[in-house]
Write a protein that binds this ligand. Structure first.
Ligand code: MCA
Ligand code: AMP
Length: 508
């Protein structure tokens, strides 16, 4: 169904309608329940939108807890087409954390599929639970009026504050990421993406899924990452996107497979047009293995929940291992040093970004939004330098309290605050430990309260934490210590603690 000419529609909504009209019967998504064409998805999105309007939820914030596949897209775009704000939730989180997301985002409803309904009911609180299967049986609604500046979705991202912040993304942000990344990576309707990234983060949602959807290409969606299933799904695919840990796990699975399976998987890899990596630094050993399998080094790029993609190695031209390539056409990126001046090549500074995919701010947190921008530039908190040719090289984070584990951003402060809530814990400090597979591992050091010294165990603390935050956030090790290294004002000296942790765990 096309948008009536009289309804003002954002670039995102117009593009979706164009793609549905142009690609009609072509496969948009293949998931574990079968294939859905663009026409089918378009019809269902309109019905979900109609169902939400009938339920009085048009224009409202609505959480989405649907198994990854065509139904997830119907729910997400149904909310957006109804003029609302989608809040993607993940089945990976425990009820308590998911409840916090629903409450904090002020979601009025949770849209769930049959599989996720029990989880939705456990986290909904005052919000209503609606089934996607019922919504898609409603009468289709014409799209609500939408503008590019309207907020389309909200993702929670960990930061340098205790609790995660809700990053708002507009219709323009999502459309721009899809347009700019699609153009830079020469995406066409003939492409075929295999998708196994989580959809409660921007890599999976905006940089993968919507680049493919809005280009009118087919996407094979897996409900979650599984190395063997992903390899099998690559037969016939042209593009694979992943975080470095996924690439590492895929290569490990290849090495462990029997000769016949290896032959099949290598043949699939050889047919890929494009392998991309992002969310964390790609080890060059992993990149070189992909070069051997596909004939080309993966396209590594730099992105962030708040900005979309800021830089990318080229499709044609030189891809520099260990670099994120030149600034993405359509975006502006500076590396800023002391006193707000641009650094010279080779000097280090902070990445500042401006452009159509940069978000408008954090939800209900003007102070954090103000702090994140300087004169219209978003300050990323990443330290970087320019390599020859204007290639971006990321050197690390400006804050030691931000870790990246398997592509997920973890906040040391969030985990410390959590551990301090445990009745047996007097104090806690979390640091990152470099790791080949995960990039970094979160390691916690806790000082027990005197009455619990000798009885508090690592296992009990990790199990307790798992009931409160996603398992991927739970520190991989919890070391019970007598004291923490502190400076004269009592602040924990994280670099010293990290060195000590490395020594303690070097034999593990
Ligand atoms: C799983 N575990 C983890 C992680 N993932 N621990 C630390 N860090 C992680 N990332 C835990 C599990 O809960 C489990 O814990 C144990 O590790 C083993 O899990 P396993 O089955 O091996 O993990 P997996 O299911 O294979 O997951 C690995 C993964 C996943 C597929 C790499 O972490 C993942 O999907 N990462 C993608 C994150 C992402 O999309 N980030 C993008 C952010 P236990 O044994 O205790 O139960 S957006 C971004 O960064 C910007 C926009 C950008 O530039 O892209
Ligand atoms: P997130 O907040 O989860 O969206 O993560 C964004 C952060 O991931 C960035 O600020 C960087 O620190 C990191 N990141 C993204 N892409 C890369 C990359 N190619 N190399 C190194 N770090 C990256």
């Amino acid at each position: 169904m096309t948008a009536p000419a009289s309804t003002p529609s954002s670039e995102l909504v117009s593009r979706w309608h164009e793609v549905v009209a142009l690609r009609g019967g072509a496969v948009a998504v293949e998931d574990d329940s079968g294939a859905s064409s663009f026409a089918t998805l378009g019809e269902r999105v309109a019905r979900v939108s109609g169902g939400l309007a009938e339920a009085g939820l048009a224009g409202e914030r609505v959480a989405v807890l649907v198994t990854q596949g065509a139904a997830w897209i119907e729910a997400f775009l149904g909310v957006v087409a109804a003029g609302g704000v989608a809040v993607p939730l993940s089945p990976l989180h425990p009820d308590a954390e998911r409840r916090w997301f629903v409450e904090t985002s002020r979601s009025r409803a949770v849209v769930a599929c049959a599989e996720q309904e029990p989880l939705a009911r456990a986290c909904a609180g005052a919000a209503r639970v609606l089934r996607i299967e019922q919504l898609r049986a409603a009468r289709p609604a014409p799209p609500a009026p939408t503008a590019d500046t309207d907020v389309a979705f909200l993702l929670y991202t960990s930061g340098t504050t205790g609790k995660p912040k809700g990053a708002l993304s507009t219709h323009r942000n999502l459309a721009a990421t899809a347009r700019l990344v699609g153009a830079a990576w020469r995406w066409s309707a003939a492409d075929h993406l295999v998708h196994a990234l989580p959809l409660h983060h921007l890599h999976g949602l905006g940089i993968s899924l919507f680049v493919s959807l809005l280009a009118g290409s087919a996407t094979r969606m897996l409900p979650r990452f599984d190395a063997a299933r992903l390899w099998d799904a690559l037969a016939g695919a042209t593009v694979l996107m992943g975080v470095p840990t996924m690439h590492r796990k895929l290569l490990d699975a290849l090495d462990a497979a029997d000769p016949e399976t290896q032959r099949r998987w290598r043949a699939s890899a050889g047919r890929l047009r494009l392998v991309t990596s992002g969310s964390a630094a790609l080890p060059t050993t992993v990149g070189e293995r992909w070069r051997e399998l596909t004939g080309a080094y993966p396209v590594e790029r730099f992105g962030m929940t708040e900005i979309g993609v800021g830089a990318s190695n080229p499709i044609d031209g030189v891809r520099v291992p260990g670099s994120c390539g030149p600034v993405l056409p359509g975006m502006e990126l500076r590396i800023v040093g002391e006193g707000g001046r641009d650094v010279r090549p080779g000097e280090a500074g902070e990445i500042w970004i401006r452009g159509p995919s940069v978000f408008p701010g954090y939800d209900a947190n003007d102070a954090a939004t103000r702090e994140a921008f300087t004169e219209g530039w978003f300050r990323s908190g990443d330290t970087a330098t320019w390599l020859p040719g204007g290639y971006l090289k990321i050197l690390g984070r400006t804050s030691v309290d931000i870790l990246k584990s398997g592509g997920y951003k973890l906040s040391a402060l969030e985990l410390e605050e959590l551990l301090r809530e445990h009745p047996a814990v007097a104090d806690a400090a979390v640091v990152g430990l470099p790791d080949e597979t995960w990039g970094e591992l979160a390691i916690a050091c806790v000082i027990p309260r005197p009455e619990h010294a000798g009885t508090v165990t690592e296992g009990a603390l990790r199990a307790w934490a798992k009931e409160r935050v996603a398992p991927y956030k739970v520190p991989k090790r919890v070391l019970v210590v007598g004291e923490l290294p502190r400076n004269p004002v009592g602040k924990v000296v994280k670099p010293e603690l990290a060195r000590w942790v490395r020594e303690q765990l070097s034999g593990d």
